[in-house]
Structure formats: structure tokens, C-alpha cells
Design a protein around this ligand. Sequence first.
Ligand SMILES: Cc1cc2nc3c(=O)[nH]c(=O)nc-3n(C[C@H](O)[C@H](O)[C@H](O)COP(=O)(O)OP(=O)(O)OC[C@H]3O[C@@H](n4cnc5c(N)ncnc54)[C@H](O)[C@@H]3O)c2cc1C
Ligand code: SF4
Length: 600
Amino acid sequence: MAVVTPDSCRETYDVIVVGSGAAGGQTAYTLTMAGATVLMLEAGRNYNPVAETPMFQTNGTAPIRGGATPDKPLGFFDSTVGGGWVVPGEPYTSASKNEAEQFTWWRARMLGGRTNHRGRISLRNGPYDFKPYSRTGLGFDWPIGYEDVAPYYDKVEMLIGVYGSNHGLENTPDSTPGVLLPPPKARAGERLVQKRAKALGLPVIPIHRAVLSVRQDADSIPAKLHPGNPRAQRILAEAMRQRAACFWATECGRGCSIKANYQSPTVHLPPALATGNLDILTDAMVREVLVDGQGKAKGVIYFNRHTGEERKISARVVVLAAGSCESVRILLNSKSARFPQGLANSSGLIGQCIMDTVGAALTGQVPLLENLLPHNEDGAGGDHVYVPWWLYREQHAGELDFPHGYHIEFTTGRHMPGLATAGNLGWLTGGSYGQSFKEDARRYYGSFLSFAGRGEMIPNKDCFCELDPEVKDKWGIPVLRFHWKWSEHELRQVAHQQKTFAALIGAVGGKVNVPPAADPLKAIRPGGNVKHEVGGAHMGADPRTSVTNAFGQTWDVKNLFLTDGATFCSNADKNPTLTIMALAWRASDYLLEEMRKGNL
Ligand SMILES: Cc1cc2nc3c(=O)[nH]c(=O)nc-3n(C[C@H](O)[C@H](O)[C@H](O)COP(=O)(O)OP(=O)(O)OC[C@H]3O[C@@H](n4cnc5c(N)ncnc54)[C@H](O)[C@@H]3O)c2cc1C
Ligand code: SF4
């Protein structure tokens, strides 16, 4: 394991990768398996999910029964050990004081970044999702289509392990047969929705999640992923054998010590380290990318997040994979006489058109699910089924008042009791107390259904980030200032989401505590709150109207690449991380080929 110190780093590397999350992990994996030497710089601390995951602790053993606190907003046992909504000493600002125009930013400063917590929902973008402008005249088309990314979706799904099934639905791509792992069975509440949603015309099908429902086929997958590279095949086979199948009992958000779910530090980094080609430097915050006299990237300046000590390190190629807005910040802070507006910014587009997912939710209580016999519904630590967007035809025919759709994720079941389990029952119990409250708590436990919409946001000129002219972080580096405004498209979509959720709750015989908000602005989650922020340096076919080419290579600096979500031209309803990884693998293949040809 080569977790190095500044003094034990090599003199120079083929590639510097900034960030160790989904993008950095995938990039480092692909490059090192092919023989390139890589230094990964990660701002957060070293983190080992195998040793550190609190898998089996019950909430009752934690302060306030594991409930959320300002420093652990996702609960005491959540895997995010560094960061969250607030990172001490590293603020960001909002240009507007208007609450509806605030952007919220979740940053995980730790090895593996946000992959340690993420819900592992792994949906492919479909063919329409790469061509939104051609289809609706809104947003931007990508310079690539589904067919360019499909082989990489297959590869990533085989590498990380994704459960799910194929249904041949419109714009909801099937994986190549044999790629997906079997999906878990639906839970009781999920089956109830599945049955009743049919009458409303909604399909409820297995979701795709990066969790091993069975062990991976370590005998055949490595040869498919690394043909002609027996060493990489051996290393990957060994790494796959170290991963166990899910035992359906714990919360994936805590991380997984048996490596059954996908986290960069358990899936991408171990084989990359085993090649001997990867060095990882943690607590190393990159401040800027350095350029030489010819305008090529020559390395980066980074500093130790604890001591502030600053160093330089060089490489043939620099890859930014720090999370889309963080990569934008590094580029904007990389100013020089040659690049006074920041690096790779001749188009002036760095920071423009950032997007999140459109999110809103509604919860209902379902009498049919009351007083169920005690049974284990923990399952795969997250969703088993979901509703893909189902109104493509109606929308295309102009029957809806908003463009681009949403899918529905939902939570049911009897999860490990926590602080909130028997809270807020007054509207059902009429304020029972003592023994009768205990009986009520048992009666209602597991009888709630929460629906959450995840919809496409159309990029708009009011949503962007830039360097704050005044505020700096504790090391004196300018921070990001966000501008945010939802458009009518998103607000109308949320109004539709709310109606659909209310109809679904009605269809299962449930009732809502709080009726759907009449004003969609009250129901929509703030910008950034779904934590799917992408864009800010989008790819394209023309250097005047985009920041990178179709491989994340910046037009202005040919040995500088972006492999995180910054290059996204649109943000489909599908959760972004599988696409980030597929594009990172594709960009890395291209980068390797360009290095081989001597172009970099
Ligand atoms: C609670 C939660 C649930 C989610 N659920 C899902 C889901 O179900 N499905 C899905 O697709 N997505 C989900 N996401 C989003 C997903 O986590 C991100 O899309 C994904 O992690 C992005 O990968 P990334 O590598 O670009 O960024 P990150 O995973 O954020 O990694 C970036 C890394 O770069 C480091 N870094 C930042 N700045 C610097 C710097 N200057 N120098 C050095 N290092 C730096 C950070 O510390 C971090 O480790 C979820 C996110 C959260 C927080
Ligand atoms: S539910 Fe399964 S994948 Fe998730 S943390 Fe538990 S064992 Fe790991």
C-alpha cells in the first residue's frame, strides 16, 4: 500500500490525479492497471472502510440514539468522517440573500470522498439524455451519444458490481446480458406500491445499485475488462476475491467493511495500489495547476491541510477529479500571465451552467402496513425498486407543462430504530402517552412510505459559480460564490412530482401528514441539496462554446483533463455517478493512447 508522504513521493509521475472519489478512483484505476505511474492527491484524511466502518453498532449505543447533529448531519454512524455541509475553515458563499436562491454544498474530505456514503444508485443515462437540445430545444447536446458510453457502462458495472435487471423500457437502457448481478426481492411496502402503481400506469422495477447481491465472477470478469493484460487480470481477480456478498443487514451509508458495496477505497484503490504504480498522498489540498512557458500543465501546488506547508510536484499530465465545483475552483484559482481568467477558460465558461438534481418528497402513512408480523426488512442497505420516468410519449406529444422527466425513489420498511422512529406520531395517536404510546409506536413502526423525486434540471444562466472577490478560506485561497435560481421548468416538474406522490399514497390506501405544498418553491429542495452537482466546465465539439473535448481534455491545455462531473452538458434524472465513472474510464483510455502516441 503506497500511501506516501511529501518526502517519499517520486520526483515526477506520468499523471497527477486530484481527488480520490468516483472520478479520481476510476481514473487512477484505469491508468495504473495499464502501467502509468500516478500520484493521487487527496485533501481529506486517509480512510480505511474495512477497519473503520461501524457496521454492527446499534443506534442505541450512540449519542442521541445516532440522530443527526451539525457535525454529523447524516447521523452519528454515517461514513462521512471529514466534511459535510460545513467544512471548518473552508467556507463558500451565496450571492443572494434570498433563501430560494441559496446553493448548499456537501463536501466529504476523506479518502474516497462522497463514494463512502453515496446511495449507490447506479442508473445509466439513456440515448435521449445525451441529446436534450435536439429533443426539446433546451440545454445542450453532448458531443457523444449513448453508443459511445455504453461499453464503458458495461465495464464499470462489471468492475464495481451492480444489481438490477433489464426491462427494455424507453430511455432506460438495458445492460449487456450477464453484466448485472441479480436484484434483491422487493420488501413488503415496495411490493404493495408495485401492485397498486400499475393502476396509475407507473412501472415499479428493480433499481440498479452498486451492491454485490452475489459474489463477483473473479474467474471471467478480469479478462473481459483487461484483455491482453494478464497482470491486470491477476490483480483484479485477487481484489474481487476480497469482496464478500452483501449479508442484507446494515446501512450502506455507514460504509461496508466487507466491501460488498462500492466505495472508491474498497473497490478502485486496492487493485490500483497493487499494481505498484499508484502513490496516494492524503491531507494534500491542491491549490493550483502550474503551467510552463508553452502553456502546458507541468504539475500542481498543494499544501498540507494541517500544517499549511506548501509543495510542488510535477507530472506529464494533470487530471482534476476533485468533484465538479472543486475542480472549477482549482481552475479559476490557477491564474497566470498567460491565463489571467483562470486555466482552460478561454471560452469564459468555467463555472457556468452548474446543475443539481430536481428533488422533492412526500411521506404517507399506510394502515395496511401497520402491525405487521416482526420480520427483517433491512435488505441491501438502500432501495430495491424504483419508478423510472414513464411519460416519455406524453411529454413528447406536448401533454405535460414541463420538459424532461424524473424518476421516483422510495423508502419503506422496518429499519433499525433510531431517534426519529417513534417521533412525530401525534397526528396519528392523538397524543397517546405511557403504555398506550408504546403500543402505538409498535403499531405504526414500519408503516410509512416516503417518495422522493429525482428529476432533470435544465442548465440555465442564473446557476453558476465564480471566485468570491472577498472571502478566502483559512489558507487565503479565494472561495466559490454560488448563484442559483430554479427556472419554471423545474418548479412545474416538482408540482407534477407532488401530485404523483399524493396519488401513489392514495393508491396504497395511505394518508399524508402534511399535504403537498401548493407552492412548488416550498417543496423543491435547495440547489445542491440532492448532492448531485455537475457541470461548470462542460464538454463540446467547439472550443469557443465548451471547455473540454469529448474526452474531458481541456481545449486550451492539452495535457490537462477533467474526469469528474464538471464536464456534464446536462444532468439527466439518472443519478450521476455511474456516468462519471464511465466517462472517467473512457477519458483515461484516450489519455493512455495519447501518451503512447507521444502527444502528451
Ligand atoms: C449522501 C449522498 C448520497 C448520494 N447518493 C448517490 C447515489 O445514490 N447515486 C449517485 O449516482 N450519486 C450519489 N451521490 C453523489 C455522489 O457521491 C457523487 O456524484 C460522486 O461521489 C462524485 O464523485 P467525484 O469523484 O466527482 O467527487 P467526490 O466523491 O466528492 O470526490 C472528490 C474528492 O476530491 C477531494 N478534493 C476536493 N478538492 C480537492 C483539492 N483541492 N485537492 C485535493 N483533493 C480535493 C475531496 O476531498 C474528495 O475526496 C450521493 C452523494 C451523497 C453525499
Ligand atoms: S447492506 Fe450489504 S452492502 Fe450495504 S453495508 Fe450492509 S453488507 Fe454492505
